[in-house]
Ligand binder design. Structure first.
Ligand code: NAP
Length: 216
């Protein structure tokens, strides 16, 4: 599959891009500055060699040229970024992984916009795109270490059944990453808020947790 990632230079986008390339996908590796994208791809190729040959550096506009486009920019920039690229994203499956969190002392809390979640806010703005969510609870470092098998479950949400199933297939193409159907975007608030709980657990227990469900 051909996947675009906006803001791929950050830990989350970079790790996801490397992992997707390592299982044979073509990844348009986007940044606001193409030179930053080139530098990050060069570093990944230096580390992983032919395992990441599917990475192609570009600017964020170029990364919209894929059927599935992942929004991996800093959470607070998700809305301005999709506003900038709204026309290019028309007809595409747009994937939000944004957890808009603030740290308050020794805990994290979610900051939710008027539509209830960042994902719902994005769908309200992108009328002509099929917005889904995934990867909220997968630590960037788990994606990034290609020598270690993934351990997380990924709850996928979206109002469009076809888009949600495509994203579940993409997720499940990464070995050991289980894709679970969590329903419509109305449930995005649960994942964005739970990310705050997970990071608080990490902080207080000095660990790096992710989600794994039992009974399925
Ligand atoms: N880190 C994790 O473990 C993790 C796990 C699950 C979900 N997430 C979510 O994944 C997303 C990315 O996380 P991250 O930790 O990689 O984020 P990050 O490092 O804060 O930012 C990612 C990229 O966003 C771009 N960016 C920064 N400021 C921007 C602005 N004002 N406008 C547009 N783009 C801007 C930058 O790329 P350029 O400068 O190259 O444009 C940056 O490299 C977030 O929404 C986060 O909530 C993260």
């Amino acid at each position: 599959m051909r996947i675009g990632i906006l803001g791929a230079t950050g830990p989350a986008g970079r790790g996801l891009a490397a992992r997707l390339a390592s299982v044979g996908h073509q990844v348009l590796f986007g940044s606001r500055a193409v030179e930053r994208a080139k530098g990050a791809v060069d570093a990944l190729v230096a580390k992983w060699g032919t395992r990441v040959t599917g990475l192609a550096p570009c600017d964020n506009a170029g990364a919209c040229d894929a059927d599935v486009v992942v929004l991996a920019v800093q959470a607070g920039s998700a809305i301005p970024t999709i506003q900038e690229h709204a026309e290019r994203l028309a007809g595409k499956i747009v994937v939000s992984m944004a957890n808009n969190l603030v740290r308050s002392g020794s805990e994290f809390n979610a900051v939710l916009p008027p539509h209830g979640s960042v994902a719902a806010e994005i769908q309200a703005l992108l009328w002509h795109s099929r917005v889904c969510t995934a990867f909220h609870l997968v630590p960037a470092s788990e994606f990034a270490d290609l020598d270690h098998a993934m351990e997380s479950d990924v709850v996928v949400l979206g109002d469009d059944d076809g888009a949600r199933h495509t994203l579940m297939e993409l997720t499940a193409s990464i070995p050991h990453l289980r894709a679970l159907d969590g329903g419509s975007l109305r449930n995005a608030v649960a994942l964005e808020t739970f990310a705050a709980v997970l990071l608080t657990i990490n902080l207080r227990h000095k660990c790096r947790t992710s989600l794994r469900l039992v009974g399925i």
